[in-house]
Design a protein around this ligand. Structure first.
Ligand code: A3P
Length: 287
């Protein structure tokens, strides 16, 4: 039986985002030497988290294989099954520098200190049509999220910004408008997909964590979709029914074309135009 989500302050939250978590974010202490990874769901969080973790280990990919992604990715937003303590409580006790991965809060719910302190913040954006499809499958396979009767019903909810995490437009526009702050690195999934090596170099320079001579190629190979898909650790089996859809699904740009009807595509392009007008934020919808 899937649990229900609910709306708090105008944004839909999954059941696992408890009221205590939303309350705690108001006073959660951010540290200047933190590294944060913030994304709208299905935009490449796991991928980017893996790259940041490898960079933090001096690009020793053998070391990283010993770390369970579930142990290092601190999703502050949710109380995961089996967790005896909220992630914000655990994270508050961690020594610096902390790497805080996978936060999907819209600006109104994120830790307030993320606007006053200057930790390193990665924001990863992915074109909304591929996000929509990826999120559709995530709803189907995730035991804690609503399953939609049909793609059409789901599409309307995505279009309306009525899914857990709220509107794709609001969140991406917020971070796009902060992209020029010194402590913010705004990345695009499509750029990572096209040239992962350059994206990794950019990330390493932003962090000030150099890539040892001759290691880049190994890191690129390690973080390729094919390699990560083979790794059972990335399928988060407790929460995902992989017989419905694996977590590492297709990892491509342009899969939306197999789902959006012509009229849905036209309506979505119009909505994008309205919402993003004048922002300068554009995406590639195919490579
Ligand atoms: P698809 O469902 O389109 O395959 P998140 O981690 O934010 O939930 O994002 C998940 C999406 O990122 C999934 O997209 C997943 O396959 C994709 N992804 C994960 N690792 C990837 C990689 N190494 N290269 C490309 N895409 C990757």
């Amino acid at each position: 039986m899937k649990e229900c989500d609910r709306i708090v302050d105008g944004i839909r939250h999954p059941w696992a985002t408890k009221d205590e978590i939303l309350e705690a974010m108001k006073t959660f202490e951010v540290r200047e030497d933190d590294v944060w990874l913030i994304t709208y769901r299905k935009s490449g969080t796991t991928w980017t988290a893996q790259i940041i973790t490898i960079l933090s280990c001096g690009c020793d990919v053998r070391k990283i294989d010993e770390i369970d992604p579930k142990d290092r990715v601190s999703f502050l937003d949710v109380l995961k099954q089996g967790m005896t303590e909220f992630a914000h409580v655990t994270t508050a006790k961690k020594p610096s520098p902390r790497i805080i991965m996978g936060t999907h809060f819209q600006s109104r719910h994120m830790p307030r200190e993320l606007t006053t302190k200057k930790p390193k913040i990665f924001y990863v954006a992915r074109n909304p049509k591929d996000v929509a499809v990826s999120f559709y499958y995530f709803h189907k396979s995730n035991k804690l999220l609503k399953t939609f009767e049909s793609w059409d019903e789901y599409f309307q909810a995505f279009y309306d910004g009525d899914l857990v995490g709220g509107s794709w437009f609001d969140m991406n526009l917020y971070w796009w408008n902060r992209r020029n702050e010194d402590n913010v690195l705004f990345l695009k999934y499509e750029d990572m997909k096209e040239d992962l090596g350059s994206a990794i170099v950019k990330m390493s320079e932003f962090l000030g964590w150099p890539i040892p001579e001759g290691k880049l190629e190994e890191v690129v190979k390690h973080c390729s979709f094919g390699n990560m898909k083979k790794n059972p650790k990335f399928n988060y089996r407790e929460m995902i029914d992989i017989s419905v859809s694996p977590f590492m699904r297709k990892g491509m740009v342009g899969d939306w074309k197999n789902y959006f009807t012509v009229s849905q595509n036209e309506a979505f392009d119009k909505l994008y135009e309205e919402k993003m007008q004048g922002s300068g934020l554009t995406f590639r919808f195919e490579l």
